[in-house]
Design a protein around this ligand. Structure first.
Ligand code: SF4
Length: 698
C-alpha cells in the first residue's frame, strides 16, 4: 500500500447513506480521508459494510464538490463571498415575502442532515422566516410509514428492533428488497436460525431469492393480501380477543369489513392461489412472534399509509407486537430520515407534537419562549403541494437543501415548469453541478458526511454519533453553520440560537424539547453516545444506558385513550392501468451500488464501474413478442415523456407485462415517465406503477 494511503488515525462515525446506520471508522492521513472500515463494536453492523459504505471516503474528494458560493449573473455563475451570498438570499426571500406573503417562501430539505441541523432549520423556518411551507425529500420515501403509524398507534416511531430479524419465527418482507437497499440488514437475516423468511414482491428480487418462500403478488395488490390474512385470522379464531378488547378500537367494524376478503377474492386480485393466501395467513396466526417489515414497495403508493394500517391491523388483531421478534416495522430510506421525523417542523412539530393540538403548540411555544400564536395550527404544504404551489405561482422563492429533485421528483416536466416560475431559487448542496444546482440563482456549498458533527437516528430508533474526520473543502460550510449565519443575517440569531456555537448546543436544547415525548432524548449526551455507543430512544433522563428496544410493550399507545386504532382499508387498483397504447406496468427501484440520484456514488469510480448505466428488465416472453434481445437499446414512452437508449435485460425475474427501471440515472430518468399521483394521506408519490410502452431505440 502506498504510504499516502496509510491512515495516521481512525475517526469513529456513522455511515451517511442508508438508514441501516452502520458504524464505521474513517482512516485519515493529514487532512485527507484515505480509507473506511466497519466498526466492530457497533451493534448494528458489527464491523461489516456494504460497497457504498466501504467507499464513502471517496465522495469527500469528488471532482464535483461545491467549493464556493456561486451567484448567477447574466446566466453565468460567479463566485461570491459568503456574506454576499447570504445577504442576497435573505434580501430576496424577504422581498418575495413582502410582495406575496410569508407563505410564498418554500423550503425543501432532506434526510441527509444531522438531527441538530434539522432542529435548527425548523426553528429558522418557522420562527425566523415565518413560513410553514417546509418539507423534506423524506416525503418521497417514508411519509406513508409516518402517516400510517400516526393513524394506527397515535404517533410515528417504528416499534421494533433489528434484533427482531433474528428473534422472530416468521419474518415477512413486503415490498422490501433489502439485499440491494439495506444490505447489512439483509445479512442479519442469516442470524435467524429457526424462523421462516417470506418475501412478498412482484419481482424475484435478490431478497426473494434468499427467502424460504416468495409470494409474487401482482403490483399494488398487497392491501388485498393483508386484508385476506386478517379475514382468515378472524375466521379461524387465530386472533387475541383479550388484547383487542383491552388495547384497540374499531374491531367490530373491521370484522364486518374483512368478511368480503375471502381467500378466493384475494387470489383473484393478487395473482396468488387460494392455498397460498390461506397458507400465509395460517403461518401468521400460528407464529409466536411475526415480524412484518416493509419499505418502498409499500410506501410508494397512493395507498401507502393505508397499506401500513393494514399491516398494523394484523399485529393488533393477534396482539403480536411489543415483545422480542414481533413488530410491524418500517425500514427507512436515508441515513437520518428518522432524525427529520423527530426534530424538524415538517409533518409534525419537534418531538412528534401535533400542529393541530393547542396543548402541543402551547408546549413548544413555551420551550421556544415565543407566543403560541406564531406556531401554525396545521402543517404547511407537503413536497408535492409545494411543487403545485410553484406551478400556480403561490410559492415564488425556494430554498432546496441537500436534495436533487430534478432526478428524484416524479413527472420531470411538471417540476421544470414549477422551478421556471420561481423568482429566486437557492440550492445548498455538497455537490455542483447537479441537474438541480444548474437551475439555481444561488448555490451554497455545504459540508457532507465525514466533514461535520452531530447525530443520526437509524430505522430502529438508534441514535448514533456522527463525527468530522476531515475539514470541508474550499469555502464549504456545514449546514448548521449556514443556518446560524442565515439567522444572523435575518437578525434573529440571538433570539433563536442564543449562545449557540456548534451542534452540541442544538443537541442540548433538543434533549429538553424531546423530554417526556415518545422520542425522549433527555437521558442522552454526546459523551454517553461516545462511550456507551449508539442507543435506541426513548431514553429518559435517569435510565440505564441501554435504551428502549421495543415500543408499546405495555399495550399503551399514543392516542388519547391509549388504545391503538384498527382501520377498515379497501383495496383499490393503481391510479394508472396499462392500455393498448401503454401495455407495460413500469416498476422503479434501486441497485446496491448506487444511492438516490448518484450525486455521491456516481463520483466513486468503483461504484460507477460496477453499475455505470441504467437497464430495463423485461420477461423473455415479452421480449420475444416484441422481437427484442438481450442488450438491445430500447425507448420507454409514457403519457408524460420518454427515456431513450436503455439497455435491455431479458430476465424471468420480472413477470410478463411488467418492466423494471432503476431510478438513479439522470441520463435515463425514470421520472420523465412517472405520474403525478400522490397518497391523499401521506402525500407520498406513486412511483411504483405507471403504464409505458417499450420500443427499439433508433
Ligand atoms: Fe451504509 Fe447502509 Fe451500506 Fe450500512 S448498509 S454501509 S448504512 S449504505
Amino acid at each position: 500500500v502506498a504510504t499516502e494511503k496509510i491512515p495516521e488515525k481512525w475517526v469513529k462515525t456513522t455511515c451517511g447513506y442508508c438508514s441501516v446506520g452502520c458504524g464505521m471508522k474513517v482512516g485519515v492521513r493529514g487532512d485527507r480521508a484515505v480509507a473506511v472500515r466497519g466498526d466492530e463494536d457497533h451493534p448494528v453492523n458489527r464491523g461489516k459494510l456494504c460497497p457504498k459504505g466501504l467507499s464513502e471516503h471517496h465522495t469527500l474528494q469528488a471532482r464535483s464538490r461545491a467549493l464556493r458560493p456561486l451567484l448567477k449573473q447574466k446566466n453565468e455563475f460567479q463566485p461570491v463571498s459568503w456574506d454576499t451570498a447570504l445577504d442576497t438570499m435573505v434580501e430576496k426571500f424577504l422581498s418575495v415575502q413582502a410582495k406575496y406573503g410569508k407563505q410564498a417562501l418554500g423550503v425543501l430539505s432532506t434526510g441527509q442532515l444531522v438531527t441538530e441541523e434539522f432542529y435548527a432549520l425548523g426553528k429558522l423556518i418557522q420562527l425566523g422566516f415565518g413560513t410553514s411551507n417546509y418539507d423534506g425529500n423524506t416525503t418521497l420515501c417514508m411519509a406513508s410509514a409516518v402517516a400510517g403509524y400516526k393513524r394506527s398507534f397515535g404517533s410515528d416511531g417504528p416499534p421494533g428492533a433489528y434484533d427482531d430479524l433474528a428473534e422472530s419465527d416468521l419474518v415477512i418482507l413486503i415490498g422490501a428488497n433489502i439485499a440491494d437497499n439495506h444490505p447489512i440488514l439483509c445479512q442479519r437475516l442469516a442470524e435467524n436460525r429457526q424462523g421462516t423468511v417470506v418475501v412478498v414482491d412482484p419481482r424475484v428480487t435478490k431478497t426473494a431469492m434468499l427467502a424460504d418462500l416468495h409470494l409474487p403478488v401482482k403490483p399494488r395488490s398487497d392491501i388485498a393480501l393483508l386484508n385476506g390474512i386478517g379475514h382468515v385470522l378472524i375466521a379461524e379464531s387465530m386472533i387475541d380477543a383479550a388484547y383487542i378488547e383491552r388495547h384497540t378500537t374499531g374491531f367490530e367494524q373491521l370484522r364486518t369489513h374483512l368478511a368480503a376478503y375471502t381467500p378466493s377474492h384475494v387470489a383473484g386480485i393478487s395473482g396468488l392461489t387460494e392455498e397460498q393466501v390461506l397458507d400465509i395467513a395460517r403461518r401468521f396466526g400460528r407464529a409466536r412472534a411475526p415480524f412484518v417489515a416493509w419499505t418502498m414497495g409499500v410506501n410508494h403508493s397512493t395507498q401507502g399509509a393505508e397499506t401500513v394500517n393494514a399491516i398494523c391491523n394484523l399485529s393488533l388483531l393477534t396482539g403480536k407486537l411489543g415483545f422480542a421478534g414481533a413488530a410491524p416495522f418500517s425500514i427507512t430510506g436515508q441515513c437520518n430520515a428518522m432524525g427529520s421525523r423527530e426534530a424538524s417542523c415538517t409533518s409534525s412539530l419537534p418531538g412528534y407534537r401535533k400542529f393541530e393540538s393547542a396543548e402541543d403548540r402551547a408546549e413548544i411555544a413555551k420551550l421556544w419562549n415565543v407566543d403560541p400564536s406564531v406556531i401554525p395550527t396545521k402543517r404547511g404544504h407537503a413536497y408535492p403541494d409545494l411543487v403545485e404551489g410553484m406551478v400556480k405561482k403561490e410559492i415564488r422563492a425556494l430554498w432546496i437543501i441537500a436534495t436533487n429533485p430534478l432526478v428524484s421528483f416524479p413527472n420531470y416536466d411538471v417540476l421544470t415548469q414549477a422551478l421556471g416560475n420561481l423568482e429566486f431559487l437557492v440550492v445548498q448542496d455538497g455537490f455542483h453541478p447537479t441537474p438541480t444546482t444548474l437551475h439555481a440563482d444561488l448555490v451554497l456549498p455545504a459540508a457532507i458526511w465525514g466533514e461535520k458533527e452531530g447525530t443520526y437516528t437509524n430505522s430502529e430508533r438508534r441514535v448514533s454519533k456522527v463525527n468530522a474526520a476531515v475539514p470541508p473543502p474550499g469555502e464549504a460550510l456545514s449546514d448548521f453553520e449556514i443556518f446560524l449565519r442565515t439567522a444572523g443575517q435575518l437578525g434573529v440569531r440571538d433570539k433563536l440560537f442564543p449562545n449557540w456555537t456548534g451542534p452540541r448546543d442544538a443537541f442540548e436544547e433538543w434533549r429538553q424539547v424531546s423530554k417526556g415525548r415518545l422520542c425522549d432524548y433527555s437521558g442522552l449526551s454526546y459523551e454517553l453516545l461516545e462511550t456507551a455507543g449508539p442507543i435506541q430512544w426513548p431514553h429518559p433522563q435517569g435510565t440505564e444506558s441501554t435504551g428502549t428496544r421495543r415500543l408499546y410493550a405495555d399495550g399503551r399507545f399514543e392516542h388519547s385513550d391509549e388504545k391503538a386504532k384498527l382501520f377498515c382499508i379497501e383495496w383499490q387498483p393503481a391510479p394508472e392501468q396499462p392500455s393498448r397504447q401503454y401495455p407495460f406496468v413500469l416498476n422503479t427501484g434501486r441497485t446496491v451500488e448506487h444511492w438516490h440520484t448518484r450525486t455521491k456514488t456516481g463520483e466513486v469510480e468503483m461504484l460507477h464501474r460496477m453499475s455505470p448505466r441504467a437497464w430495463l428488465e423485461m420477461n423473455p416472453t415479452d421480449a420475444e413478442r416484441l422481437g427484442l434481445e438481450m442488450h438491445d437499446k430500447v425507448t420507454l414512452v409514457s403519457r408524460r415523456g420518454q427515456v431513450d437508449g436503455v439497455e435491455l435485460r431479458v430476465t424471468s425475474i420480472i413477470a410478463p407485462g411488467h418492466v423494471f427501471l432503476p431510478f438513479h440515472y439522470f441520463e435515463y430518468n425514470s421520472n420523465r415517465l412517472t405520474l403525478s399521483a400522490y397518497d391523499p394521506i401521506s402525500r407520498e408519490p406513486n412511483y411504483k406503477q405507471c403504464a409505458v410502452r417499450v420500443e427499439r431505440s433508433h
